[in-house]
Design a protein around this ligand. Structure first.
Ligand code: URA
Length: 232
């Protein structure tokens, strides 16, 4: 049960004071009856606004094909962000819709967005070892000896206390590779290649856990069931 004015405000419909005005104006029904008390509690499933069911009252989980040039931060001063791809109402929700880990501004690919804090925690914790697959184009030829080096669990990045967890490197072409990580240190892929004297020119995440982008166009998103990661 949730308080009506709070429910509408938290789902991004309007401010709490606007919600009170909407309720007074007869736009909100509970169980088919016009609501007249904005402080009354109701089950979201029973509530209609202008005759329509509430917009994802239980939460959101979205798979986004992140374009280059957008940041995952909510800070306006860091530049255009991935949340600008979403409908206005979702951008006003509380808890806020946030990314599950981050892709940097110059990385494209599969990004999850959700308002489920527990899911963010679970999927980003190195303890859960959710594999993420990145495809990278490199400036210099790849030495096959790197496969063992990245797999060793000893690669040390500048400024990090712990070495990188074992990572799987697959060399696809002399300057192209796929790297599977089970953790998410800051700019990890770029820094791992930098640590061995190479430079990542382009970077794309093509898989997160069991999820892939499929034919989802760049800049588009699709909804996922909230229970998409039951055993992670
Ligand atoms: N590693 C990076 O360097 N950048 C990302 O966005 C993700 C992993």
């Amino acid at each position: 049960m949730r308080r009506l004015d709070q429910l509408l405000a938290n789902l991004g419909y309007c401010s709490r004071s606007e919600a009170r005005a909407w309720i007074r104006g007869g736009r909100v029904t509970v169980g088919g009856v016009a609501a007249d008390d904005f402080s009354a509690k109701a089950h979201p499933v029973d509530v209609l606004v202008d005759g329509a069911a509430l917009d994802h009252p239980d939460g959101l989980l979205l798979l986004v094909h992140k374009p280059l040039g957008l940041v995952c931060s909510h800070e306006e001063r860091e530049g255009p962000n991935v949340y600008s791809l979403l409908p206005e109402r979702w951008r006003r929700r509380h808890p806020v819709v946030t990314s599950v880990g981050r892709l940097d501004k110059d990385t494209s690919g599969l990004l999850l967005l959700t308002d489920q804090a527990e899911l963010v925690h679970r999927l980003t914790s190195p303890k859960h070892k959710v594999p993420k697959i990145y495809r990278a184009a490199l400036e210099c030829d790849l030495d096959p000896a790197l496969i063992a080096r990245f797999a060793s669990g000893t690669l040390q990045l500048e400024g990090e206390k712990q070495p990188c967890a074992p990572a799987e490197l697959r060399i696809i072409a002399p300057r192209e590779a796929e790297l599977t990580l089970t953790e998410g240190k800051y700019h990890q892929v770029r820094r791992m290649f930098a640590a061995v004297g190479n430079t990542v020119l382009t970077l794309h995440r093509r898989r997160f856990g069991h999820l892939e982008l499929g034919d989802l166009p760049v800049g588009q998103w699709r909804e996922l069931p909230l229970d998409s990661f039951p055993h992670s």
